[in-house]
Ligand binder design. Structure first.
Ligand code: AMP
Ligand code: ZN
Length: 470
């Protein structure tokens, strides 16, 4: 089963054949949200990619055991070990308790997942509820010489890790420079790039979420939560670990170091990272503040599944720039697609051989490093295939929608944003004027500009209209 699935592995920087440790079960860990604010649509792009990965593997017949954490403690405002805890900062800004903040944004996150047809991982674990697991791991790492207590904190000694630089591809000098640039030399650390496993009160006096530990009252570092939760629920070996590309360093690099130190062997075989969604000004990030959330998108007239369709149109490893024009095209295409599917006549007999032929093609597209745009193309190929009857087309698309999850068999109109519609009409007006002025160069330029955005102008005797291309 699934012998020919190929996945890009960030660890080896190659597309590799995927082979799970247990031939039937895939153990998959995906880093969850930091719940001090709403997820932005960039975060959600990563969860969509992970959802397709899980469902694609299930489509191939694997049983996917997936675990996700909820970061409700320990992630500081800086990726190095400095700054305020993100949760505490969120609570301070909103005048609520950390627990209220965590609870509110965790619920909001699950609501987003539901709206995007993202399957909830079978195991969801809050970082704050697994303190004993981290303490027990840290104790063992200290015993085995991988970690040390110094000046109030417990650190991981990166010089003891076997392949510390493999995942990030960074070199030790780069890391040293990075560490020196960002904070003044920390005398407590053996190596400047050592990271904290456990913080104690001595450093963070006002911290609200804190627990007793052998090293004093304090709280865990950010990275240990994922190693702890993954090991508790998925055991000593992982098949796949996912996250956004920004997680490669330091988060996943440190997860590998801790887990391999703790277990004494290689921990996870495949590391899959999704590229970022950018806005016009660059990477979308929670800390930048004014980011696009799913509910903002909805208030602008886009349904969550249009966003899912927009994401599936590009490969998960390619950066994607959020553009409203592209969302309008996605809205239009999805409506058209659903209209075609729901109009299919469902009487008659299923053509088994053709059905299997397309299922294979769909599986191949997924197996080729999750080629979602090709998976969508196959949906269109099915609709166009004159040798298929309607029932077979319908059943195929319904089957593919187990992975695509776009509600393709449900009749729904996606509203095209009026503002954008207005913009196109204005461009048409400008082009008409240019033609009247005999400025054909400008007229053609306007037409080509629209065409490059997937908007085709149609000149008729009654005037110019437009069509958004599939
Ligand atoms: P956070 O809640 O900030 O910890 O992030 C949750 C997930 O979203 C992580 O897997 C991040 O790597 C990922 N992520 C963060 N920013 C982006 C972005 N702009 N595009 C795609 N994924 C992102
Ligand atoms: Zn993580």
């Amino acid at each position: 089963m699934g012998d020919n699935v190929k996945l890009y592995n960030s660890l080896t920087r190659c597309v590799e054949d995927f082979v799970s440790i247990d031939p039937k079960i895939v153990k998959m860990y995906t880093c969850g949200p930091t719940v001090y604010g709403y997820a932005h649509i960039g975060n959600l792009r990563t969860y969509i990619f992970e959802d397709v990965l899980q469902k694609g593997l299930e489509y191939l017949g694997y049983d996917v055991k997936r675990c996700m954490n909820i970061t409700d403690v320990g992630h500081l405002t800086s990726d190095s070990d400095t700054g305020e805890d993100k949760m505490e900062k969120g609570a301070r800004l909103e005048g609520k308790t950390v627990y209220e903040i965590a609870d509110f944004y965790t619920k909001a996150f699950f609501q987003d997942l539901e709206l995007l047809n993202i399957k909830k991982p079978a195991i969801i674990a809050k970082a704050s509820e697994h303190i004993d697991t981290y303490i027990q791991m840290i104790e063992k790492m200290i015993r085995d010489g991988y970690a040390y207590f110094s000046n109030g904190n417990v650190y991981f000694d990166i010089s003891k890790a076997h392949h510390y630089y493999q995942l990030s591809g960074k070199n030790p000098d780069e890391l040293m420079i990075g560490a020196r640039d960002s904070v003044e030399e920390d005398q407590s650390k053996k190596n400047q790039a050592d990271f904290v496993l456990w913080f104690t009160l001595s450093k963070f006096e006002n911290h609200i979420m804190k627990w007793d530990s052998p090293w004093g009252v304090g709280y865990p570092g950010w990275h240990i939560e994922c190693s702890g939760i993954a090991s508790k629920y998925l055991g000593e070996y992982l098949d796949i670990h996912c996250g956004g590309i920004d997680n490669i360093f330091p988060h996943h690099t440190n997860e590998i170091a801790q887990s391999e130190a703790y277990f004494g062997h290689k921990w996870c075989n495949y590391w899959c990272h999704g590229a970022h969604l950018n806005d016009q000004s660059g990477k979308m990030s929670k800390s930048k503040g004014d980011t696009l959330t799913l509910s903002k998108l909805q208030s602008e007239g886009y349904s969550p599944l249009v966003y899912r369709y927009f994401c599936l149109n590009s490969h998960y490893r390619s950066q994607l720039v959020f553009r409203k024009e592209a969302m309008d095209i996605a809205a239009h295409s999805l409506t058209k697609l659903r209209n075609k599917v729901t109009k299919l006549d469902q009487s008659g007999k299923l053509l088994d051989e053709q059905f299997q032929f397309y299922v294979l093609k769909f599986k191949e597209a997924f197996s080729h490093d999750i080629n979602t745009s090709q998976m969508l193309t196959i949906v269109y190929d099915v609709l166009k295939d004159g040798d298929l009857n309607d029932l077979t087309k319908y059943q195929l698309i319904k089957d593919f929608d187990r992975v695509l999850s776009l509600n393709l068999t449900v009749e729904m109109d996606e509203v095209i944003n009026d503002e954008i519609n207005q913009e196109i009409l204005e461009k048409i007006e400008q082009r008409n004027q240019a033609k009247k002025d005999k400025d054909f160069l400008l007229a053609d330029k306007i037409r080509d500009e629209l065409l490059s955005k997937g908007i085709q102008l149609i000149d008729t005797r009654e005037g110019t209209t437009y069509e958004i291309m599939d």
